[in-house]
Write a protein that binds this ligand. Structure first.
Ligand code: ZN
Ligand code: FE
Length: 208
């Protein structure tokens, strides 16, 4: 009989769809799946808002086509971060807010609004600070999930890789634009815009 096997049964009754083994195993390892889930909603609220605000920031970099290209990679990768983690919220028994206003109110980072004086220097500084908030956010999620929730940890650490890339890109660009200083990011260009080499979710209609 299956319940004589080591993992054949556990704390969730057979056929019970009101509870999730995927949450219980986190609890059994000392984690708090509800707390993780709520932190994820705040974090992807910030990713979603960044995607929106970067659209506007990028538009105002007209004439700086090199900056626009890099802002575009960061913009699309932040959308990829939202898409990667959104299903995890449901796996952890939650849902994204019905009202996008509520979703934006709880975003864990300040909105990356177009600066009063939207020159390249001010826009790059806004971009840089948004990336720094993302690094803090995903580092916190890594801390919360390390050792108890390998699935969320894996997502957060993959996103963190890209946020650290993004910070390095904008340090390089702002250093030159504002201070005339060379401060290399040391990265190669993405293969395609917003490639998200670490975090990309399955593409919709991907025939590959
Ligand atoms: Zn991001
Ligand atoms: Fe980013």
């Amino acid at each position: 009989m299956s319940d004589e096997r080591k993992h054949g049964s556990g704390s969730v009754a057979p056929g019970d769809t009101s509870d999730r083994v995927g949450m219980q195993v986190i609890r059994e390892r000392g984690g708090d799946p509800e707390e993780i889930r709520e932190a994820l909603i705040d974090a992807i609220g910030a990713e979603f808002s960044t995607y929106y605000y970067y659209t506007n920031l990028r538009t105002h970099l007209a004439g700086h086509e090199d900056y626009k290209e890099i802002a575009e990679d960061a913009r699309l990768e932040d959308r990829a971060h939202f898409e990667l983690v959104m299903p995890r919220v449901y796996e952890l028994g939650g849902h994204i807010p019905r009202d996008i206003g509520d979703f934006m109110d709880r975003a864990g980072c300040p909105h990356a609004e177009l600066p009063e004086e939207p020159n390249a220097e001010n826009i790059l500084e806004t971009l840089l600070e948004a990336e720094r908030c993302a690094i803090r956010t995903w580092s916190e999620v890594c801390d919360m999930t390390e050792g108890c929730d390998p699935r969320t940890y894996d997502m957060a650490s993959r996103i963190l890789q890209e946020e650290i890339d993004h910070e390095a890109w904008f340090i390089e660009l702002l250093s030159m634009e504002r201070d005339g200083e060379t401060n290399p990011a040391g990265h190669f260009v993405r293969g395609e815009p917003g490639e998200a080499p670490y975090s990309t979710n399955n593409r919709i209609n991907d025939s590959a």
